[in-house]
Design a protein around this ligand. Structure first.
Ligand code: ATP
Ligand code: MG
Ligand code: MG
Ligand code: MG
Length: 565
């Protein structure tokens, strides 16, 4: 490609509307143009990057046995009504109606669609496991579309869905995808971390997010360098970080099973303002203890936990309410989780409690549920005021001081179990001749967001610094003076030979001052600049500048192709 013919309209000024670096640089480097809020055109350079990311994603999906298909973007309301998500999904869903007043949406995700396809055609265990994926535009009417491609309303996602006979199969599929995702982001040349995550609106339990580490990331993450614990901070804050020991807990030993006991836990808590909050400890009929904070005043939002006491905040005004809220199915708060060991309290979001025989409070006085399946039986809670784990807090797994960082969610893997197959009757006949719902997982990569995240992680004051595997071109060949015939001829030769050798080079053949060409090269962010100036002509020394390090290397024409990789 010759720069003179390339449609890459670069801008000198930073557009005012762009708040984050990737958005600014993509506009300035002529990669994208805005159609409307959260909707962009990808210009040729951007499309090359996207295709490279897609190629990596495709290869890794195929390597794990994924089969690519393409599902419609327009989805009928009926299948979403069957799972209940037509009403649950809310305003983020783009909805439309045809001339007959039939309702549709633009797919924000495709669980309903894929499950409907599979239920029609998969009848036997012999057809499982199955992994199907697509790479396609998704539509979400984000409340705040911003940050350019980071949070679009139309964006490119790879979504894969796995169908297995049982949970062991799901575990296998999940692990394959987890591995594929690690490979994808490594191959893209990104620094990332996989963290434990909540399953959110998609449902199910068991999930990891893949986070590209960058200052501008919207998500906080917590990780431990001693063990392999890592979680996003929404999840980490709800982790059972604080287990009071029996000595520390002023447990009323005389409390009989079933008896409600209020004990003063304020010595372990620093609460402001104190009076509006009641702390409760409540013994269930098995002798396990539920600890809770009851918030009597909506204004109160500062609760600091001291080291050793776990608590969960209930948005309820009175003590009666607590028994209803604990484990309440309709509740907006996750249940307080308990282990089956006496007097050990684990206060956690429902989705954290994926231990066997989890017990949690029920919405009836002095009772509890056993064998609770958190993702299935409870919605994740919205507990906003609980203290976040901070840098140097003890790791929930090993106790070593944790580290924190900011991350951009570029992918997420979920175990869905049978949520969608049950709702949509996607069943199969197993070896034992019994009809069973398929066990599902879903796995998404934000392809367009990954491009933006790559920039958020790799730039300097001059522009983008593409990781080589996803760079639009590997190298730009710049003749210093376009009027110098010798320079132009040599540049042309190097350019042609590089391309013939498989390297993707672009020739800046524009009649521009060298400064303009260098500036554009840095802005667009090719990994390598090959500069053909007087030194190249007179001394047979071709200057090669590495974008990331600024390192300058000289090669003779002859050496050139064998050295530059
Ligand atoms: P977020 O938390 O940022 O809203 P999400 O958890 O809603 O993302 P998923 O449903 O997990 O997103 O979708 C899979 C992937 O799609 C995400 O990991 C992300 O990379 C990408 N993605 C989601 N929403 C957007 C968006 N609005 N713009 C660009 N990419 C997105
Ligand atoms: Mg979202
Ligand atoms: Mg998310
Ligand atoms: Mg997600």
């Amino acid at each position: 490609m010759r720069f003179s013919q390339l449609f890459a309209p670069t801008l000198r000024e930073t557009p005012a509307e762009a708040e984050v670096v990737s958005h600014q640089l993509m506009l300035r480097a002529g990669l994208i143009r805005k159609a409307t809020g959260g909707v962009y055109s990808y210009l040729p350079l951007a499309l090359r990057v996207l295709k490279k990311i897609e190629k990596i994603v495709r290869e890794e999906m195929d390597a794990k046995g994924g089969q690519e298909l393409a599902m419609p973007i327009i989805q009928p309301a009926e299948m979403w009504q069957e799972t209940g998500r037509w009403s649950v999904y809310g305003e983020e869903m783009f909805r439309l109606q045809d001339r007959h007043d039939r309702k549709f949406c633009l797919g924000p995700t495709h669980e309903e669609m894929i499950t409907t396809i599979v239920r029609g055609d998969v009848r036997s265990y012999r057809q499982l496991p199955l992994m199907l994926y697509q790479i396609q535009n998704k539509y979400r009417d984000e409340i705040r579309p911003r940050f350019g491609l980071m949070r679009g309303r139309e964006f490119i996602m790879k979504d894969l869905y796995s169908f297995d006979r049982d949970e062991a199969g799901l575990d296998e599929s999940y692990n394959k995808m987890y591995d594929a995702y690690s490979r994808i982001f490594t191959r893209c040349g990104l620094t990332f971390r996989a963290v434990e995550a909540d399953s959110g609106a998609i449902g199910g339990s068991g999930s990891h997010e893949f986070m590209v580490i960058a200052e501008s990331g919207e998500a906080g993450i917590v990780y431990c360098e001693k063990c392999d614990y890592a979680a996003n901070d929404e999840k980490a804050e709800l982790h059972p970080i604080c287990l009071p020991s029996e000595e520390q807990l002023p447990l009323d030993e005389k409390a009989t099973p079933g008896m409600k006991t209020i004990v003063d836990l304020s010595q372990f808590l620093s609460i402001t303002p104190e009076k509006t909050i009641k702390t409760l400890a409540y013994r269930t009929d098995t002798g396990t203890l539920v600890l809770a904070l009851v918030r009597g005043d909506h204004e109160v939002n500062e609760i600091k936990l001291l080291n050793k006491v776990g608590c969960i905040q209930l948005d309820m005004a009175n003590e009666e309410a607590i028994t209803h809220t604990l484990g309440s199915r309709a509740g907006y708060i996750g249940p307080v989780g308990l282990t089956d060991k006496e007097n050990i309290i684990i206060v956690a979001d429902a989705t954290v409690m994926n231990m066997n025989n989890a017990v949690c409070g029920a919405n009836k006085l002095d009772t509890h549920y056993i064998n609770v399946n958190p993702g299935r039986d409870f919605k994740p809670s919205i507990v906003t005021d609980l203290r976040l784990i901070q840098e140097n807090d003890p790791c929930p797994h090993c106790g070593a001081p944790v580290k924190t960082a900011r991350g951009i969610e570029v992918g997420q893997v979920f175990k869905l179990f049978t949520k969608y197959s049950t709702a949509l009757q996607a069943t199969f006949i197993d070896v034992d001749s019994k009809e069973k719902p398929m066990v599902m997982g879903c796995y998404g990569v934000g392809v367009s967001r990954t491009m933006a995240a790559a920039i958020e992680q790799n730039y300097d004051e001059n522009g983008i610094i593409w990781p080589a595997p996803i760079a639009p071109y590997h190298a730009v060949v710049i003749p210093v003076s376009s009027k110098d015939e010798k320079q132009m001829a040599l540049a042309e030769k190097i350019y042609t030979e590089l391309n013939a050798s498989g390297l993707e080079a672009i020739l800046d053949d524009r009649n521009e001052r060298p400064g303009v060409k260098f500036k554009d090269a840095d802005l667009i962010g090719y990994p390598i600049k090959i500069i053909i100036g007087p030194k190249a002509i007179n001394e047979n020394l071709i200057e090669t500048k590495v974008r990331r390090t600024g390192e300058v290397l000289y090669y003779s024409q002859e050496e050139y192709l064998s050295n530059v990789k």
